[in-house]
Design a protein. Structure first.
Length: 154
């Protein structure tokens, strides 16, 4: 289906004649006729005006794809993906930290301490709701872990 076919279909669905559509857009009836027969295409400004008059979006007129609330969907999907990725990483770190702490009980106390910090990092990753919280919590944890390990080595 072409742009012209979609314009014709949308115009007729609203019960508008070519003359009516032309009046609403401030163009000639001949211009609308040329768009509908694919002799020419509407420019960017006319596409925006067409989308308003025909009660759709520019994407639908140009490609035929119907898109609603694109920005909201993208933002929500991004937040969900970020949350699930951090949760998975958090549980992996939590399990690895606990395992390191258990092994450290038999080898050396420093491994217990490092395992504990890795486990706490895993808990933070699993519980973080937003990226900005992660960006605040993780450097603080790294600093504290580095300071404790530095103090234990002396």
């Amino acid at each position: 289906m072409t742009i012209g076919n979609r314009i014709t279909e949308l115009r007729k669905a609203l019960g508008l004649s070519q003359e009516d559509l032309a009046d609403k857009l401030g163009v000639s009836r001949q211009a609308v006729s040329k768009w509908e027969t694919d002799v020419s295409a509407p420019d960017a400004f006319n596409l925006i005006a067409l989308s308003k008059v025909l009660q759709t979006n520019v994407e639908h007129i140009v490609t035929g794809k119907e898109i609603k609330d694109v920005n909201v969907e993208v933002k929500n999907n991004t937040d969900k993906n970020h949350r699930s990725n951090l949760s998975i990483l958090g549980f992996i770190l939590l399990g690895g930290g606990i395992l390191m702490a258990i092994i450290g009980m038999f080898l050396d106390f420093i491994w217990c301490l490092i395992g504990g910090f890795v486990a706490v990092t895993g808990i933070i990753f699993a519980l973080v709701q937003k990226k900005k919280h992660f960006l605040i919590a993780f450097p603080i944890l790294l600093f504290v872990m580095g300071a404790v390990i530095f103090l234990l080595t002396f």
